[in-house]
Design a protein around this ligand. Structure first.
Ligand SMILES: O=C(O)CCC(=O)C(=O)O
Length: 303
């Protein structure tokens, strides 16, 4: 894979046109290793976990990590991952592209979510979806930042995208995917032509940036012995209100999720303050639902 970096304006133009860009080698080996080292700590519940995995001391780290597909919101409790949310190279690219669809954007960016994927051999992918469906910014500033912790290819279930599918700026309806062998529980976007879908193979340390309206999915990890680990963080314009995980009874027009991390620029809502994150993260177990754990956190009184 080439390591030639495109210019800032080329990256921005490709992001606007295609809905995603790949920046090779953005995360160095030390940072990559620091994130990878966090996975067994979550599997062994060395950090506070709402739904701990069935892991014993006798298990190797690989066996322990093999019990889970992903960790939700690891940056709430892991200093290494909190640092990665504000990684300078990633912040620089976000400063170029986050408001690429907003002519008067002032450069402010905040992070609201992280997910640490283990995806060991045999574990399923995610069916077609648009992240904007779940994290509503509605101003086209939502960016997924997919940090490859392993080489990822079609064999171990790399990210797959439908280039240019972000262009209409519409949210597609959802339905059952009916393929539990391929995808984890969760619905699938419908009502679009998937012709033109492409895999996005990357090397460890490469970073994919994709628009929140871009249709994407991943397949099962079919490899015999290769994990497909990735840290995926989500960001948006600091000016976006985020009616996400809205408390009962709150006016949706003013609801604003404030468990966020300021990354670049000014926070125009700074006078509201930030909210502390919940004290526990939750795991998406291998082969299991995770809604209950999400509810535990959502009713923890802090979201
Ligand atoms: O990494 C994957 O397999 C899917 C990630 C994804 O769909 C997302 O972060 O929205």
């Amino acid at each position: 894979m080439t390591t030639t970096q495109p210019s800032t304006s080329e990256r921005r133009a490709q992001y606007i046109s295609e809905g995603y860009i790949v920046v090779p080698g953005l995360v160095d080996e030390a940072d990559r290793a620091a994130i990878v080292a966090e996975l067994p700590r979550f599997a062994r519940a060395e950090y506070p976990v709402a739904n701990p995995a069935p892991v014993t001391d006798a298990m190797t780290d690989a066996e322990a990590v093999g019990t889970m597909l992903a960790v939700h919101f690891p940056h709430w409790v892991s200093p290494a991952i909190a640092e990665m949310v504000r990684h300078p190279g990633i912040a620089e690219v976000l400063g170029e592209i986050t408001g690429a669809h907003l002519p008067f954007w002032d450069g402010g960016v905040k992070c609201m979510q992280s997910m640490l994927f283990a995806k060991p051999p045999g574990l399923p992918g995610q069916a077609w979806h648009q992240d904007e469906r779940y994290i509503p910014t509605r101003d086209r500033s939502l960016v997924g930042v997919w940090i490859a912790l392993d080489d990822a290819d079609e064999d171990n279930g790399c990210l797959r995208v439908l280039p240019r599918s972000h262009r209409p700026g519409i949210i597609h309806p959802l339905g059952d995917h009916g393929r539990p062998d391929e995808f984890d529980p969760g619905e699938e976007s419908r009502g679009f032509d998937p012709t033109g879908e492409i895999p996005v193979p990357v090397s460890a340390g490469d970073v994919i940036f994709f628009n929140g309206y871009l249709l994407h999915r991943s397949f099962r990890n079919r490899s015999a012995d290769r994990s497909r680990r990735a840290l995926v963080n989500h960001y948006c314009s600091a000016a976006s209100l985020l009616p996400w995980m809205v408390r009962d009874g709150l006016d949706i027009g003013v609801a604003d999720y404030r468990v966020v991390v300021p990354v670049t620029g000014d926070d125009p809502y700074a006078d509201r303050g930030l909210e502390d994150p919940p004290e526990q993260v939750f795991l998406r177990p291998a082969g299991g639902e995770y809604t209950d754990a999400q509810e535990i956190i959502a009713t923890d009184g802090q979201l």
